[in-house]
Design a binder for this molecule. Structure first.
Ligand code: NAD
Length: 264
């Protein structure tokens, strides 16, 4: 493990354009459960996965009904996410960015923790639970820009975009919904131009995000490092050059320490 940590630190220091890709495993050490890890929400409750696939078709059919149901139920999720704090893995990525080594974080997480930690160059591929998005023009809004509960009481749901009049939904990208074009294009650009990709805490089975390492791998010179609790398809298919098997909240601070040693 120590050897791999030193190797990752050297690879990072030698890179010109390093990017980090993160998934739900990154936030388990902040107390947010992942989906497919050993204690994941769907590993334990496969029925919850089925329900998740029904959400977006429901929104398309009846945005008003979708908003009413959303406001009735999952605010407890938002409360949980609001209370969560970044872990040492999030903070290590911020420091690597501040040192000029890490150029961008691309996350699948909707928990807002990279933002809370202070990552500046951040692409939230699956959106954020703390934002709303117009489905027509992709304008993003903070949750508190709309008083959704009052709109519900006054029977004014769904909310509409103040600039284009499109319907507004949560910024979270639901199953079956396309990735917003702006984020999809910028993420693809990062995958094309990076010379090092650090893939952290993702099972790498959710597409199109899982395609980004494959896009990067088209260039043989790119170094792809995985930090994950267990091997993934990227490991098995040799998309990644090496896997550091462990917790991101422990491995990343160690890598940061080794980077500082080299830079000293
Ligand atoms: P996933 O649940 O499919 O896989 C998580 C992976 O991380 C697993 O391989 C697991 O073994 C590993 N892991 C768990 N804890 C770890 C740790 N401390 N250190 C290193 N590895 C760890 O997650 P995914 O690939 O991100 O796909 C799930 C989808 O669900 C994503 O699209 C994401 O948007 C969404 N999701 C987000 C959150 C969040 O925002 N925190 C939580 C659950 C699901």
């Amino acid at each position: 493990m120590k050897k791999l940590i030193e190797r990752a630190a050297k690879d990072l220091v030698d890179s010109d354009h390093a990017v980090a890709l993160t998934g739900a495993g990154f936030s388990t050490e902040s107390g947010i459960r992942d989906f497919r890890g050993r204690s994941g929400i769907w590993t334990k409750d496969p029925e919850a996965e089925r329900r998740a696939y029904e959400s977006y078709p429901r929104f398309l059919k009846d945005p008003k009904g979708w908003w009413e149901e959303t406001l009735d139920s999952p605010m407890s999720l938002l409360d949980d996410l609001s209370r969560a704090t970044p872990n040492p893995g999030h903070l290590a990525l911020v420091e690597l960015e501040e040192m000029g080594i890490l150029k961008c974080v691309l996350t699948q997480n909707i928990d807002g923790l990279h933002d809370k930690a202070g990552s500046k160059s951040l692409l939230e591929y699956h959106g954020s639970a703390f934002k709303l998005r117009c489905v027509s023009c992709n304008a993003r809004f903070r949750l508190d820009e709309f008083d959704l509960q009052e709109m519900r009481r006054e029977d004014r749901l769904p909310p509409y975009c103040p600039s284009c009049g499109g319907v507004i939904k949560s910024d979270i990208v639901h199953f079956g919904e396309g990735i917003p074009e702006d984020v999809a294009a910028q993420s693809l650009q990062e995958a094309w131009k990076c010379d090092l990709m650090l893939i952290c805490g993702t099972s790498a089975v959710v597409y199109p995000f899982a395609n980004l390492p494959r896009v990067a791998r088209e260039r043989q010179s790119v170094i792809i490092i995985e930090i994950n609790a267990e091997p993934t398809p990227l490991t098995h298919e040799h998309i990644s050059d090496y896997l550091i098997e462990g917790k991101t909240g422990e491995v990343l601070p160690e890598i940061l320490k080794a980077v500082k040693e080299i830079k000293r």
